[in-house]
Design a protein around this ligand. Structure first.
Ligand code: GLN
Length: 381
């Protein structure tokens, strides 16, 4: 029997695959993995079908279709007054996770340290480790998960290569404020520290708050990769189309890796998305659309025993049960699937040390009836 030494010893299937499978096994309502249970706009599907029928079925240029990159450049200008050149600073990727993987691969060498804020999306740490990098986690605490930037400074060393940001944050739903960004500007000034800013939920921000993109701040823009996702924007997570933005010299390195990783992203999707975005105001519609879902979900959940944590963005609502049970969150999540038929994600899965604050994450990117049915079950808990 041939075995290979594992690059990721101790790593199993991601928590999203595990919980979605459990949900299926128990025919539970799946509020675990973050994806909508409703379809995208049929018009978008028509445009993609049209592109296929027109014969747009061969390789796209390595960096992506120019029409789509131009639209992204226009959007960055309109939303963040940021200039990104479509030819040299924007690359279409096979989803956000691939952009993250590629940006890290382009930058991280053995011994490099990367600061991440936990709870953190589960793709960052394994990728850093695979590259021989060292993960420096800063564990944030509920309910507000605020960042003390003095603590971040304490994590700095001569080997600090990168800081990974994620706002709106998965899983907490917290967002970075202008104050956070200003602190970050000050902290990274006169350093070579890179930033990977995962902004895939940038258009899902609530209560009139504004998404703070690092693109808006020239001092951060010059050192940042920004990751974005059409899956989140268009309710089509399964298409796996996203993009990465970075200043030219950084993007050059990104593309060196990208071309040998995916080479290019599927053509008809890019053509269809470009045509659709040209005439849709999806960017403006998304926040009110999900805010309504958040409000409905929170108001339904208020009838349960859970305590609701704040949610300023993303499509995730975290809840605490620490006041009525000291069961581990992984056990609680499994118990709720088996006995009540609702799937969630235990937030300890987002900490390297599996720190357990007895918090569960629910995805509310679901039809109202799904949310109602789920909470009908959760009130029995
Ligand atoms: N981003 C989604 C979530 O947090 C799922 C991603 C995945 O399944 N890898 O649930």
């Amino acid at each position: 029997m041939i075995t290979i030494p594992s690059k990721l010893p101790g790593t199993n299937n991601s928590i999203f695959s595990v919980m979605s499978r459990l949900a299926e096994q128990h025919q539970a309502i799946n509020l675990s993995q973050g994806f909508p249970d409703f379809d995208c706009d049929p018009q978008l599907i028509r445009y993609i079908t049209e592109a296929m029928k027109k014969g747009l079925n061969q390789y796209a240029p390595m960096a992506g279709l120019p029409a789509l990159r131009t639209l992204i450049a226009e959007k960055m200008n309109a939303f963040y007054a940021a200039n990104y050149h479509p030819d040299t600073e924007i690359t279409i990727t096979a989803g956000g996770t691939q952009a993250i993987f590629t940006a890290l691969t382009a930058c991280i060498s053995p011994g490099d340290e990367v600061i991440i804020f936990e709870p953190a999306y589960d793709a960052y740490a394994p990728t850093i480790k695979m590259l021989g990098g060292i993960v420096k986690p800063y564990e944030l605490s509920p309910p507000n998960y605020e960042i003390d930037w003095e603590m971040v400074k304490k994590l700095f060393s001569v080997n600090t290569k990168m800081i990974i940001l994620n706002s709106p944050q998965n899983p907490t739903g917290c967002i970075l404020s202008e104050k956070d960004i200003k602190a970050l500007v000050k902290l990274t000034k006169n350093t070579d520290i890179l930033i990977l800013s995962d902004e895939v939920y940038e258009h899902i921000v609530f209560d009139g708050r504004k998404h703070q993109s690092v693109a808006q701040y020239p001092e951060l823009r010059e050192r940042s990769f920004i990751v974005a996702s059409f899956g989140k924007l268009l309710h089509a997570t399964g298409w796996k189309v996203g993009y990465c933005l970075a200043p030219e010299l950084m993007m050059k390195e990104f593309r060196k890796v990208h071309q040998f990783n995916v080479f290019s992203v599927n053509t008809p999707m890019q053509a269809g998305i470009a045509k659709y975005l040209k005439q849709s105001d999806q960017y403006q519609l998304l926040s009110p659309f999900f805010q309504q879902k958040r409000d409905v979900f929170r108001s339904l959940l208020s009838e349960t025993r859970f305590k609701l944590l704040p949610c300023s963005g993303s499509y995730f609502q975290c809840v605490s049960y620490a006041h009525f049970s000291d069961e581990k969150d992984t056990d609680m999540a499994e118990h709720i699937i088996r006995s009540y038929g609702v799937a969630s994600i235990p937030v300890s899965a987002f900490y390297l040390r599996n720190t357990d604050h007895q918090i569960l994450r629910f995805c509310f990117a679901k039809k109202q009836e799904t949310l109602e049915k789920a909470v009908e079950r959760l009130v029995k808990l």
